[in-house]
Design a protein. Structure first.
Length: 431
């Protein structure tokens, strides 16, 4: 079809550039030829070639369909059966899952008739969510055909033959399906089951999964109430602190990490739901201050009891700081000219309003340099800004030209205008 399988290139060291009335080429299935070298390929029984193209000096010069020669010289079009019957072709990639079932610390996958040339991988899903991928170590299990092959997806267990992407087996995220990929192509999938009475199986339930020691409890079940505290930091009339347990939807669970011989797992807690609950409880508006706060809780796996719990001496609760924010509160922005008093005042501004900025002030003999402090883009509180000036000296009327007392020499101008003033006038900074 349109798929290029391999390229066979003439060895011009042995067959130099010239004109040849006849030339025989070779594309090897397993054979090699010193005059022709071809890119590595795997002649598979289910991928049937049909066309050969000739390229001379990089330009296509002709194409021909593949044929079969019989009775010496007669030919007929090649069929898929002709190709599959060749000893140089190999079986296509294949594989089937016989069953995928739960163990104490792993999911075991029994497979049959697995033929691979590059890779074998098992993907674990919960609905449409892929939880992890377990990949066969082909350094230990080389490419070949295997009548039986057993795969493993570890919960906490490890296996030298199978490596899997880091994941956290959570009790409230229940896997249900395993997919088999051979050479990167999905070949089969199976539902997770539980084995009982030796060989009998039944569909796996949420209770089966949750009962496994290696799965992690949702943080609310481990930590309980008092894990999070919301604290008002107003200097005056601050609101009382409130404590909360871990809320669903307020946290994310990181990867399980092996440190030495101990498994740990970090839980990142976001403040939004707790601040909203605090506002609801106190019946007064509050906002997170400063913004961007998060908290972290570290869990540790106690192998002896096979349970997850808090890291020893872990300092709880997580504290989120807030400030009171009266919805009716308004602010005033004041501008001072820096020499006589108030220049402009803007009252009744709300939190988040764009900060109003007046026209630049004027002061005789000075150049306006800006406001101190720098004007904030939005209003968050009462603010005062003071004009900053640079002294440029007194301003004079345009001097009257006079005749030089000597040819080529001008006397001092009216008022003995200094050089810095002349430069300022030239630059347009003063009139």
């Amino acid at each position: 079809g349109e798929i290029k399988l391999t390229t066979s290139t003439l060895n011009t060291n042995l067959v130099p550039a010239s004109t040849y009335g006849e030339l025989t080429g070779m594309i090897g299935l397993t054979a090699t030829d010193e005059c022709w070298t071809y890119t590595a390929w795997t002649p598979k029984k289910d991928v049937v070639p049909d066309t050969v193209k000739l390229l001379v000096d990089g330009v296509e010069k002709g194409t021909a369909p593949l044929v079969v020669v019989f009775n010496g010289e007669e030919t007929r079009p090649m069929t898929a059966e002709d190709w599959a019957a060749l000893p140089g072709t190999v079986r296509p990639s294949s594989g089937k899952i016989m069953r995928a079932y739960l163990n104490k610390d792993r999911i075991t996958v029994d497979m049959a008739n697995v033929t691979f040339y590059e890779s074998v991988a098992l993907e674990l899903y919960s609905g449409e969510i892929k939880l992890t991928t377990s990949t066969l170590n082909t350094n230990l299990v080389p490419a070949s055909t295997y009548g039986e092959l057993t795969g493993m997806i570890g919960l906490t267990a490890t296996d030298e033959y199978w490596t899997y992407t880091a994941w956290t087996p959570k009790k409230d995220v229940v896997p249900d399906t395993v997919k088999l990929l051979v050479d990167g192509v999905e070949k089969d999938k199976a539902q997770l089951v539980v084995v009982f009475n030796g060989e009998e199986t039944r569909p796996m339930t949420d209770e089966d999964w949750n009962a496994l020691d290696a799965t992690v409890l949702p943080p609310s079940d481990i930590i309980g109430r008092g894990a999070v505290k919301v604290h008002c930091i107003n200097d005056y009339d601050g609101s009382d602190d409130q404590s909360y347990g871990i809320f669903d939807g307020s946290f994310s669970i990181g990867d399980v990490i092996l440190k030495g011989d101990v498994y740990t797992c970090d839980i990142t807690v976001d403040p939004e739901l707790y601040v909203a609950e605090y506002v609801k409880d106190l019946k007064t508006p509050h906002t997170l201050s400063p913004a961007g706060q998060t908290g972290t809780i570290t869990l540790i796996y106690y192998a002896e009891n096979q349970v997850w719990g808090l890291m020893p001496n872990y300092d709880l609760p997580i504290v989120f700081n807030v400030t009171c924010s009266d919805e009716d509160e308004t602010f005033t922005v004041t501008y001072l000219d820096g020499f006589s008093g108030t220049y402009a005042t803007y009252p009744n501004l709300k939190d988040g309003d764009a900060t109003p900025v007046p026209a630049n002030p004027y002061r005789s003999g000075y150049i306006f340099l800006g406001w101190e402090p720098s004007v904030a883009p939005t209003v968050t509180d009462d603010a005062r800004y003071v004009a900053q000036w640079g002294y440029i000296g007194p301003q004079y009327p345009n001097p009257t030209p006079v005749q030089p007392v000597q040819p080529g020499i001008l006397p001092p101008q009216t008022g003995d205008m200094p050089l810095w003033y002349a430069i300022a006038r030239f630059l347009g900074l003063v009139k």
